[in-house]
Design a protein around this ligand. Sequence first.
Ligand SMILES: Cc1cc2nc3c(=O)[nH]c(=O)nc-3n(C[C@H](O)[C@H](O)[C@H](O)COP(=O)(O)O)c2cc1C
Length: 265
Amino acid sequence: MANPQERISVQEMLRQRVSLRKYAERPVKDEDLKAIIEGAMRAPTAGNMMMYSMIIVADQDIKQRLSETCDHQPFIARAPLVIVFLADLQRWFDFYLDSGVADFCNEQGREFSGPDEASLMLASCDALIAAQNAAISAEALGIGSCYIGDIMENYETHKELLDLPPYVFPISMLCFGYYPEGERPKPKERFESKFIVSENKYNHLTKQDREAMFAARAKDFNPKNTWGAKNYGQWMYAKKTGADFSIEMARSVRAALENWRGDNI
Ligand SMILES: Cc1cc2nc3c(=O)[nH]c(=O)nc-3n(C[C@H](O)[C@H](O)[C@H](O)COP(=O)(O)O)c2cc1C
């Protein structure tokens, strides 16, 4: 929302929202940051366990480093506010140890196993729902945002940079800043809902469906692209799914997963 004074419905706000990568050059007010954090923490959370943490990156040197380690995106360093959202089982497992859960399990003949892949998924749900609450709270205050998925890359570097313990994984990052005066990117089109939403059972798209679905996107395809891709599908694979950053993300997540195997403690 460009002007927070202007009252619009949540629906209209969502219609107008865009990922914002260019921000007004002023810091996010303390009261607005407080509202963003409060909004995030009111998010639903599995079992009310709050299996997530947020790191507000205030240090410009760390922001600068993240702008390089997150696939070289300079706007990250220029964002007035950057928050990393982390799936976090560390504090629960530290608390379980404090609480004598190891002895308890021993007495009861149960296994005491560390966080597993499912815990990571559940904690990631928590962290991402909190992140989206933060994004929407910000939007209502005239503060735009942009997710950075590349925080999942370079696990070892981010672990050191942000001092992360083993049962914590940076699942996403959000850059925030006020919308620049008079400049508002146009909302991007989405696929038609008939391809995305179905009733009762999964909708297996036919080749014809796929052709219809992607036809609207094909207009973005540049035949003179640097990868030598001959169509939109080849182009997207080269640019996104099979790109170097995706390969690095896969390597990095696999390295992090070593800590989430549910090993006996
Ligand atoms: C999980 C996730 C990761 C993203 N990572 C990046 C990113 O690293 N850099 C970036 O500029 N935008 C990133 N985006 C923003 C998307 O590019 C954007 O949401 C998409 O192009 C649709 O545009 P819109 O949000 O303006 O509607 C990410 C979005 C999501 C949800």
